[in-house]
Design a protein around this ligand. Structure first.
Ligand code: ADP
Length: 262
């Protein structure tokens, strides 16, 4: 609590009393703390690739450049790390835009079955590369009001995670399920994989910025640790919710629930 005393004077300048202002600043303090934690996290995340780029460039300049094979492999690392840096900055900017509500969403009616089908096709190649089977199931004529690009981004991100965190030979599926009988009011989109799963203790935290169950694994697969927090914000901008269920070793299911367009 912040406490402020403000003296009150009457029109004739005589002392009229004291105004006591008590302000609950818990929320403000929490925001401040979150902001400075975010800056610390961002700096740390940016430092890792920059340190690698600098280190490998230095080694090249120090003579390694004369050995073509070494030079090639170091340059590849420099290239990959710059790429990561680029993605990281892109995601940070995206998140900050979304959080400050500077993304104008363009809502239009979207028929989910054909939308899901098209989105799955876009991910087919990524799945094939890892020999992961993609499938979908959706009844026709379920509509939601959504920003098409953003909804695609949400689904692609979850599919991409499913592919990333599933060993070769596994599968990832999308099921669209209207909820609540005849005149359903909402629809659930389940995105399931047969992958490594998420330990119970980590489940409540995976939508936090930069939270990863296994940092090394996320890094090596090119993750920024921001994907799920971006997804969660975007889902909420659509008046929806997102939840997750998972079992280590058998897979995860992310469920988005959105209001349907009647
Ligand atoms: P990342 O860029 O690391 O994938 P995300 O924000 O997309 O970041 O996900 C955060 C963390 O949640 C991941 O690092 C991973 O540990 C875990 N995770 C996300 N999706 C899955 C999944 N389908 N299966 C297992 N773990 C997952």
């Amino acid at each position: 609590l912040d406490l402020n005393l403000v003296p009150i004077f009457e029109d004739d300048d005589s002392f009229g009393g004291v105004l006591l202002v008590l302000q609950d600043v818990t929320a403000i303090r929490r925001l401040e703390r979150m902001r400075s934690e975010f800056v610390a996290n961002v700096s740390h995340e940016l430092k890792t690739p920059i340190t690698a780029v600098k280190g490998f460039a230095e080694t090249l300049l120090g003579g390694a450049v004369d050995d073509p094979e070494t030079a090639r492999s170091f340059l590849q690392i420099i290239y990959d790390e710059s790429d990561r840096l680029n993605r990281l900055i892109g995601d940070i900017l995206e998140l900050s835009k979304i959080e400050s509500r500077r993304v104008p969403l363009q809502f239009s009616p979207i028929e989910l079955a054909s939308f899901v089908e098209k989105t799955v096709e876009l991910m087919r190649a990524e799945g094939l590369q890892k020999q992961i089977r993609l499938s979908y199931k959706a009844d026709r004529d379920v509509y939601v009001e959504a920003d098409e690009d953003r909804l695609r981004q949400i689904i692609m991100n979850l599919l991409s995670n499913g592919i990333n965190y599933t060993p070769e030979g596994g599968s990832v599926s999308i099921v669209v399920e209207p909820v609540g009988g005849e005149n359903y009011e909402s629809v659930r989109i389940h995105i399931s994989d047969t992958g490594i799963g998420i330990p119970k203790k980590d489940l409540p935290r995976i939508f936090e910025r930069f939270y990863r169950v296994d940092k090394a694994r996320s890094r090596s697969s090119g993750g920024t640790g921001l994907g799920l927090s971006i997804v969660k914000h975007l889902v909420e901008l659509h008046k929806g919710t997102i939840s997750v269920e998972s079992r280590v070793g058998s897979g995860s299911t992310f469920t988005i629930e959105l209001p349907v367009l009647q």
